[in-house]
Design a protein around this ligand. Structure first.
Ligand code: DX5
Ligand code: ZN
Length: 225
């Protein structure tokens, strides 16, 4: 959709003992969005953080907060995430029976809405909610943990989602195992936002993160159609 690939570092791979500093560091290192992985120990087998932590780091950057909710149910908590300062709120298609209602609720809170789909979920899950979406998040690992291996079979789904979207202004975001090696595969298939955790938070501090972000961005841009 956009003319350049956006990079959204996931703070899941950061040093949580200094989370605010890490957010500031990836901002200065060139992150476009800040990706926030919220896990509930129920929808996914891991627990991370919620609205109070997001609120606490909101003041450390002006970059958009891209909130990936891996929680079931999501609806009772949408308002809290909106009030904590999330700009985009993404819910999983698999995490509730009323996806259209969840997306409508996010829009009513004045936020942009996204849908995430797991590696085994077909693209048809988003077909009838496209007009509510700003973003489709395609998981290229099974959600729950950072540092997992990219699942190549999902690349074909990226192409199919791109075709479903057509000319609508909807971004395709890829999440899981993104690196300079895998980024070109998904960008060539139509992705324009790349989440990266382990590949960004290698080394220590702004200069290391800048090199890591630029390596992903240039690999991605070289594959743009
Ligand atoms: C996984 C999360 C991802 C994760 C990506 O459930 O949604 O955002 O942090 O981490 P890497 O880039 O290390 O695979
Ligand atoms: Zn994520």
């Amino acid at each position: 959709m956009s003319s350049k690939t956006l990079i959204a570092p996931s703070v899941l791979a950061s040093d949580f003992s200094k989370l605010g500093d890490e957010v500031e560091a990836i901002d200065r290192a060139g992150a476009d969005w800040i990706h926030l992985d919220v896990m509930d120990g129920h929808f996914v087998p891991n627990i991370t953080f919620g609205p109070p932590v997001i609120k606490a780091i909101r003041g450390r950057t002006k970059k958009p907060f891209d909130c990936h909710l891996m929680i079931e149910p999501a609806d009772p908590y949408l308002q809290a995430f909106a009030e904590a300062g999330c700009d985009n709120i993404t819910v999983h298609a698999e995490a509730g029976p009323h996806l259209d209602r969840s997306l409508h609720a996010i829009q009513s809170l004045g936020k942009t809405a996204g849908v995430a789909i797991n590696p085994s979920t077909p693209e048809s899950a988003i077909e009838y909610v496209l007009d509510r979406l700003s973003l489709v998040l395609i998981m290229t690992v099974n959600p729950g943990f950072g540092g997992q291996s990219f699942i190549p079979a999902v690349v074909d789904k990226v192409r199919r989602v791109k075709a479903l979207i057509g000319k609508r202004p909807i971004r395709i975001e890829i999440d899981g195992g993104v690196s300079p090696e895998t980024a070109p595969l998904v960008v060539a298939a139509g992705a324009d936002v790349l989440v990266a955790g382990a590949a960004v938070f290698k080394g220590d501090g702004v200069e290391a993160y800048r090199v890591n972000i630029e390596a992903i961005r240039s690999a991605a841009d070289s594959a743009r159609r």
